[in-house]
Design a protein around this ligand. Sequence first.
Ligand code: 5AD
Ligand code: SF4
Length: 436
Amino acid sequence: MEKKYKIVTYGCQMNVHESEKMAGALRRLGYEETTDDEEADLILFNTCCIRENAENHAFGNIGALKKLKKRKPSLIIAVGGCMTQEKGKTELLKKKFPFIDVMFGTLNLEELETLIKRKLDGQKRVISVREKEGEIVEGAEPFRTSYPNAWVNITYGCDNFCSYCIVPYVRGRERSRRPEHIIAEVERLVKEGYKEITLLGQNVNSYGRGVDSSFAELLDKVASVEGNFRVRFMTSHPKDFTEDVVKVMQKHKKIMRLIHLPVQSGSNAVLAAMNRRYTREKYLAEIEMLRRYFPEAEVTTDIIVGFPGETEEDYLLTEDLVKRVDFASAFTFVYSKREGTKAATMEGQLPEEVQKDRIMRLVELVNSLTRKKSEKYLGKTVEILCEDYDEKKGLYLGRDEFGRMGYFKSDENEIGNFINLKITKANGISLFGEKV
Ligand code: 5AD
Ligand code: SF4
């Protein structure tokens, strides 16, 4: 009988793609996928540590496996990702959950195959967390799970040290993949039939250190690959977002008119305390520049409320900026204190009631903007790339070049097809249409 694995992923797209790499490693060892705990011979948690609740989720779910492991001692429990890479966390996990068999960090993901082999060969506990990033390892095939989209790393790590953020401590210094490796991967993916390529990095705009290429040059090359596909990239950083990238977008219809540009706050005082290295004026000027080229370009963002020292006036400046930019959507977060970061030691940590009040007001504002935008789509025909089937709704769904989601009915399997959709209904953030 085949051996089965289940992977539980927390956190960002970077992690989702890393789970695909982990799945690749497990498949090379002869495992097949399952979504059922009872059926699994190996359960792997790919953790995240960006906010406290991401960690709490993982702690809860790992803890819940204690009984199963007791009943089925042959079950291998593995934990990897950003949390194991955090200072002191491996020790804590070891103590709290003695039944974990394998632990590794984000910086030695490529060792997973060897570590699992060691466990299968009889070692009781296999723990290997690398302290410092090494050379980029190429060549290990991920097992992709998000057709028609394919994620492609362009950089690893982060050098920005935003004062609230733990990422630079768990993902090491920024390093760029060689352009020829990236292009070869994209060419292969397009040949295999992938229709949307998402270039991934913590700050894609700073791509190129040590590999003699700018991000704009790389994007130009990626979009020049022949075939019927789209290109997206994330995440852009406002301190490094430049016109040369927008010019490349103009040159290629293939590049989506959608930018994810996290602003974090609309107050210059808070931005400075966050060490973001741009002002609200610079951010707004960038949006203006983008919309000079593409008046309909959509911008999505990340916003943190309740940062230490944030006053009501600071918060209102964020609301004001949100209205001015008219974001298509925004990921909104309550500031979460992360040990080891600069912000954790700052004065003026805010009480939970203040943070909760602000996040509720902000979510309401963002939703009202999204609703208004959806209504503008009524009666229009848009081209979407069908990416999934929603079992509950009984409808296919996809996104247009601005990233807007649309649902529709079809009797055929449409996943991976480009479809013209006439929008007949806008319901909050969801659009519904008919295939034309
Ligand atoms: N608290 C809350 N949100 C955070 N983010 C990063 N660190 C924190 C933190 N300590 C948010 C930022 C970032 C997104 C990925 O997560 O908005 O852009
Ligand atoms: Fe992604 Fe950051 Fe979470 Fe790591 S800590 S999974 S980089 S969001």
